[in-house]
Design a protein around this ligand. Structure first.
Ligand SMILES: [Zn+2]
Length: 119
């Protein structure tokens, strides 16, 4: 399903850009989503660039990318969707794993210092 949506989006875009050749006043904004998909979106030059755009590949929210970095999103058009939630979950799980690893290592060191590891 994601693939067919992507195909539709790309087809629409190429039609627009063919037509846009006659109109010279356009600007291209780059967007990148939490999954790392980066894509350009063409706007007319007098359009106000949106801070976010729906990713055509995975339908998550992509953030505008400027000068090699994501812009800082402000205001009310930020909708925390699945991708953001995924990132939070991912980070938390990783922290928990690292915490667990630290505990295990501390326990091992503790046991070793008491001479029980080889017993
Ligand atoms: Zn994406």
């Amino acid at each position: 399903m994601a693939e067919s949506m992507r195909g539709m989006r790309l087809g629409t875009q190429s039609l627009e850009s063919d037509r846009g050749v006659a109109l010279s006043s356009r600007q291209t904004a780059e967007f990148r989503c939490a999954q790392g998909h980066q894509f350009p979106v063409v706007f007319s030059s007098d359009a106000e660039l949106p801070q976010t755009w729906e990713c055509a590949a995975c339908s998550s929210v992509a953030i505008r990318f400027e000068n090699g970095a994501e812009i800082e999103v402000t205001g009310l058009d930020v909708e925390p969707k699945r991708s953001h939630f995924d990132m939070v979950l991912e980070r938390r799980t990783r922290d928990e794993l690292e915490e667990l690893l630290a505990e295990v290592l501390a326990e091992m060191r503790d046991r070793r210092s008491k001479g029980r590891l080889t017993a």
